[in-house]
Ligand binder design. Structure first.
Ligand code: NAD
Length: 503
């Protein structure tokens, strides 16, 4: 294990202070947030409850590092080298990072390992973008005039994150900001702050200068609101619920800072009668139950064509009944616990509401497996969920799949687009014309055909409608952290604007 990583084993309570100006601060004597395991209620970690004042210190450190520090002025080649080193150190620490991630979030350890690897790849991809970024030169503006369009780092970037992919979602923002030459203040979720703090230490060990990356743990009302209101923050990149995104938009309005909003979703998995039904079954299960159903791009709504609905839904129900809930660190578990008790109650409430609005739960009503004290929900399929049901529209964010039937392509498109969200959709068909027609008609930032919850660092992700705006990853994700400046140069004297004013 590299020496920069805190040495405590993951089976004792990890205690973290804030990470400001390159220093992991001492957590002693400051108010803390205790994170208990969603799996069995045991104590996992303590994070500092950062105050507004702490947040302002972190912003000041990032501001100094941007205004006076070397990072924005370092060559792109050097920035890329440091990002590649971060990826290397993440891989060296992959087991520990994955264990922390799985323990705090309740996601399966095997998916947490995938998140760590995916995060390292995002650092590598961003390194490539740092080196290939360039501007434009214009020579067509008339005699004696040359103009440049230069791409500059946008400044101090605040990043506010949710709990469902704590490291991966940070890696969808931070390496792109660093590649562009920005400095950052990161506010992870109060439930899952461990890996952001571990990453900050890794970043420091990789030689990225002090103050370039700062992490302030704590609550949204203190840390998050201070970031939104600060005039020293140039842009704020948020991932979380639509309601919080709206609150941040209001809080940030007086500063007119740039915002990027990655918000909620209510994805559809549309299965046509000409699909490969084995593939579609696998995709529908993955879409609904991957990451315990706590996934912004979940295929939470199955839209299935009437002609195959009975047979297909029977298979979905049978396969769902075979899924095992339990300890996410156990390799045989399929679905882990909900993030916390309040969320467990919310998911249960949605199941009851779906029934009250005419839906029928068709999965076995057995109690969920898993250790005592854990927040487990039995994977649930609710059929007959009508378009008027609240559960057709609202994020449930748990292992619950609603089923709605459609007759033809037009109805499938209409139902898929019928929610206020527009984050992602998947469709299953072997007809290329149908695939393209539907993909183009869907109002969502990502569309998957014969696959789901797929991707790569090259592909921009983001939402339409109430799922937000701005894009992460891809070239667009890098450009979010840059400003364009036009520089126009005239050779020699212009014709005077006011000839009478000339002597
Ligand atoms: P949340 O909105 O409750 O919290 C997200 C973050 O915002 C947390 O760090 C929280 O402390 C902070 N926050 C809360 N109130 C704030 C305020 N007033 N000002 C500033 N910050 C504040 O979301 P969550 O429950 O952590 O995550 C689940 C949500 O995230 C779901 O809606 C899900 O769809 C969404 N999500 C979206 C994407 C995407 O890419 N679009 C990805 C993952 C999750």
């Amino acid at each position: 294990m590299p020496s920069h990583v805190a040495a405590e084993p993951t089976d004792t309570v990890r205690r973290y202070g804030l990470f400001i100006g390159g220093t992991a601060e001492d957590p002693a004597g400051i108010a803390s947030i205790r994170r208990q395991s969603p799996t069995d209620g045991s104590d996992l970690a303590e994070f500092a409850a950062g105050t507004s004042e702490d947040t302002r210190r972190a912003i000041a450190a990032a501001r100094r590092a941007f205004d006076d520090g070397p990072w924005p002025r370092t060559s792109a080649m050097e920035r890329a080298r440091k990002l590649l080193r971060v990826a290397e150190l993440m891989r060296a620490d992959a087991d520990r990072l994955a264990e922390i991630e799985a323990a705090e979030s309740g996601k399966l350890l095997r998916y947490a390992r995938g998140d760590v690897e995916g995060s390292a790849e995002l650092f590598e991809y961003a390194a490539g973008l740092a080196m290939s970024s360039h501007g434009e030169a214009h020579t067509g503006l008339g005699e004696g005039c040359t103009a440049l369009v230069v791409r500059e780092p946008a400044g101090v970037a605040a990043m506010i994150l949710p709990w469902n992919f704590p490291l991966l979602l940070l890696a969808q923002k931070l390496p792109f900001a660093l590649a562009a030459g920005c400095t950052a203040v990161v506010k992870p979720s109060e439930f899952t702050s461990g890996t952001a703090l571990e990453l900050a230490r890794i970043i420091s060990a990789a030689g990225i200068p002090d103050g370039v990356v700062n992490v302030v743990t704590g609550y949204g009302a203190d840390v998050g609101a201070t970031l939104a209101e600060s005039r020293d923050v140039d842009l704020l990149s948020f991932t979380g619920s639509t309601a919080t995104g709206q609150a941040i938009t209001k809080a940030a309005a007086a500063t007119a800072k740039r915002l990027s909003m990655e918000l909620g979703g209510k994805g559809a998995n549309i299965v046509f009668d000409d699909a490969d039904l084995d593939d579609a079954l696998d995709g529908v299960l993955f879409g609904a139950f991957f990451n315990n159903g706590e996934c912004c791009v979940a295929g939470a709504r199955l839209l299935v064509q009437e002609s195959i609905a009975d047979e297909f839904v029977e298979q979905v129900v049978a396969a769902t009944g075979r899924l095992r809930t339990g300890d996410p660190l156990d390799e045989s578990t399929d679905v882990g616990p909900m993030i916390h008790g309040g969320h467990l109650e919310k998911v249960r409430g949605h199941i009851a509401s779906a029934q009250a609005h005419g839906g029928t739960v068709v999965t076995p009503a057995e109690p969920a497996g898993g250790p005592d004290g854990g927040h487990f929900v039995t994977p649930t399929v609710v059929v007959g969920v009508h378009e008027d049901s609240p559960e057709f529209h609202q994020e449930i964010f748990g292992p619950v799949l609603t089923v709605t039937r459609f007759r033809d392509v037009d109805e499938a498109i209409r139902l898929a687009n019928a929610t206020e969200y527009g984050l992602s959709s998947s469709l299953w068909t072997k007809n290329i014309d149908r695939a393209l027609t539907v993909a183009k008609a869907l109002r969502s930032g990502r569309v998957w055909v014969n696959t789901t919850i797929d991707g790569g660092p090259q592909l921009p992700a983001g939402g339409m409608k109430q799922s937000g705006y701005g894009r992460e990853m891809g070239i667009a994700g890098f450009e979010e952290f840059t400003e364009l400046k036009s520089i126009q140069i005239r050779e020699g004297k212009r014709t005077p604007a006011f000839p009478h004013a000339s002597a």
